[in-house]
Structures are given as C-alpha cells and as structure tokens.
Design a protein around this ligand. Sequence first.
Ligand code: ADP
Ligand code: ASP
Ligand code: MG
Length: 462
Amino acid sequence: MRVLKFGGSSVGDAAGMEQVARIITGEYAAGPVAVVLSAMKGVTDLLITSARLAERGSMEYHGIIRTIAEKHNAVIDVLIHEGGRGPVSGAVDRLLGELEDFLHGVELIRECSPRILDLVMSFGERLSCELMTGYLVQCGIKAVPVDARDIIVTDDTYGQAVVDYKSTYANIKKRLGHLKALPVITGFIASSGNKVTTTLGRNGSDYTASMIGAGLAADSIEIWTDVDGVLSADPRCVKEAFTVRDLSYEEAMELSYFGAEVIHPSTMIPAVEKDIPIIIRNTFNPDAAGTVIRRRVKRSASSITGIAWIEDTALLNIEGGGMVGIPGMAARIFGILAGERVNITMISQASSEHTICLGLKQSEARKAVGALRRELARELKSKAINEFTYNEDLVIIAVIGDNMRGTPGISGRLFSALGRARINVLAIAQGSSERNISFVIHQNDKARALRTIHAAFFRKKK
Ligand code: ADP
Ligand code: ASP
Ligand code: MG
C-alpha cells in the first residue's frame, strides 16, 4: 500500500488534474494506493481573501466565490463528459452554496474568528476531492471522496491544530483499512473532538498524507509536486539548485522548518515513527527519480546538503548586566514570549550571558517587545536589563546537512565566503546536533549570500 499526495501545484487546472489522474491510474494498476489531495492552486488563498472581505463587510467576496466557481467549472467543462456532469457539478455547486452562506454570516456579524476561517478554508480541499473523484470514476476507477474531518482528530488550535495520533490512527484503520474502493482524501483539514473543523497549517496536506501512511502502515508516502524533488535550495531563488537524491528525516525536517516549502515540517513525524520512506516526485516529470527521505542515507560527497531561509525576520536584542549569572532569566523571557504565542525561530546567546538574540517573525516583534516591557518592567527600571531593541528586514539562512556533524572547518568556509562577498552577519547559531548552522543577514544581501554559499559548497558538484 502506498499513499500518493498531490499538492495544489499539481492540480492547478484541467491539464494538471488530467495528469494527476493518469498517474493515479497507473500507480493503482500496480497495487493498492490511497490518494491525498490539496485544494487547487491558489484556492486556499482566495478563500482567505473572501473571508477577510466578508469580515469587512465588502461585497467583493461574491466575486471571489465566482472566481473559485469558474476555476472548478473550467475543469468540469474540459474533463467531465457532458452526460456525466450532473453529480460532479451538483457536488461542487452544493459546496459553493454552503460557502456563500457561511460568508454571508461572516458579513452580517463582521467577524471571522480563526475557527470560522478554518471552516472557510476547508472548502478548497473538499472541492478538489469531489472533482478528482468524479473524474477518476469517469475513467473507470472505483474512487470515493473521503473527508479527513471524519478521520483526523485534533485539538482546537485553529489554523495550526495539534493532532491526537491515537484516535487518528484508530480512525484511519477503521475507515480506510478495509475499503474496497480507492479513497481520495482531503488534505489539510481535520476536526476537533467535538467535530468542529480545524486545519493543520498552510501546506498541511503533506502532513495528512504522512498520517494516512502511518495509520495504514504504508510502504511509502509519495509527495507529488511541481519540482523534481527536494533541491539544494529553492529553485525560484537559486537557479543552480539541483535535486538531492537522498535525505535523512532530520535533514528534511531542518530544511522544511527553515522554509523549504516543498514539504511541511510535521510530515516527517509520523513517517519517522513507523520508519516509512517519503518520496518527493514531480507530477510533470514522473520519470525523474525524485528525492527519498528515510532513516539511513548514503553519505553524499558534499559537506552540506541544502540551504533554506526564513524571510521577514526581526532580531530582538536583550542585553544587560543584570542577566549575567542569574539562572532563569532566559526561561522567563521564553515563558513571556510563549504566553504571547510568539514563535522564536532562532536563539543565540553569547557565553558572557550579557546578551540574548532572538529571531522571530517581523510581524510579531512589536507584540514581543510590548510583552517583555510589561513583564520585565522592574528589571528595566533597575537597569538590570537595557531597553529592548530589534532590527527588521532580516532573513535567517540555514545551512543544513548530516555531513556537517563532526566535520571541522565548515563554519570557517561558510563565513569566509560570506566575508569575501562583504556580507554582514548579525547573529549566528549552531544547534548541538551540528546539522544546522543558521545566521542572520539583511534581506538585501539574501540573493548574493545564497549564490555565494551555493558556489562555496556545491561548485565541484556542478
Ligand atoms: P505543492 O502545491 O505540491 O504542495 P508547494 O508549492 O507547497 O507545492 O511546494 C513546492 C515548491 O516548493 C516548489 O515549486 C519550490 O519553488 C519550493 N521550494 C522551496 N524550497 C525548495 C527546495 N529546497 N526544494 C524544492 N522545492 C523547494
Ligand atoms: N491547501 C492548503 C494550503 O494551500 C494545504 C496544502 O496545499 O497543503 O496551504
Ligand atoms: Mg505544499
């Protein structure tokens, strides 16, 4: 049994849907598969926009619904025979009608809570699954749409819900274990214990696929997308990037955590636990070997495996004589920020303990500083801590690879190359896993830094 997940980039239009159906049909002929599907490309963003418009009372949300309808109807027009359109069009229209009702509710009360936003976003995957199932049935495959909200159980952290694996795996076995048809499962969406719709975070369909794979003890989890696999860097920014054939789970986790959106960071969790390989493949180039992510990988020749980065970063500086030798100061700071739900992407503390540097989302910097000022007012007043400052328009770049462990000289090579390119580094962190060196630079230096690092570490490979 294999799980095949197709992302929005694979199902952008009728041609993409057709290609996906061709792949599913071929793979299904070779053995049992379960399919996980994302919303059509751009639809989740459109749904978010529609909710925000309705919340402001702008009638333009109707136009967005029309755009979404046109996107799906265009696929029906091309792929579904005229005589067989009834059930598919009916399902799509019913869903769009329901969406319009909810958005009308949002418009009336002028509020769209995270809970309602999750419900609105759920329509993308529900629509694409109805379409794909209809087309597969027309192609002669006994396919059934499966709403993951009946299977994947989470808490109620809307927008980024936390999965209850025990109930989820039990549901997967019960609902899918003995199914005689091919399930086409909605990615990304789930529900809380009391059956309220939740989502797994943007790009979450990869994670859904991984859970389905673990629940069914699948032989592999295949993530089909629009690139040949995991590349040494995002090909949109580094044109020299090449496909990495083998990755360890840990390398994939680090790369995705630092922004390689080709795979959702949580995808590795269920796969690691059940030791299932994850294979990244290209829907539009199915003959390419792709990338295999698994526990044991052959050591590659290069000392690093990949480069990833997080944009729109701010660096918060916490400084002061009062922090030296006082246990618990870092814990307090992290506690305050956690209380505000501020996510910290990088931490760097010099051994003098005089300063702590935190990387965080630029949009959360003001909130973070506000909370620290409030909670540490006494320390500020007594000058144990200096006034908090932060720098904006930064990017965290992470250089990642298992081969970095125990290999001396990599940071030397990295920072010498950046120095020669006259790129100013504001902060540096290396995790004790030695699998990752991250550093912060100005956004303006990003493109140059990426080229410099790629050339410094991969030149020979090219
Ligand atoms: P899908 O719709 O299939 O889920 P995504 O857009 O979420 O696809 O992810 C695929 C995209 O991720 C690629 O088109 C590529 O631009 C981007 N990407 C970022 N970093 C990497 C990387 N290291 N390797 C491959 N692709 C990457
Ligand atoms: N449709 C969702 C998103 O755009 C989930 C996914 O595509 O994986 O984020
Ligand atoms: Mg994705």
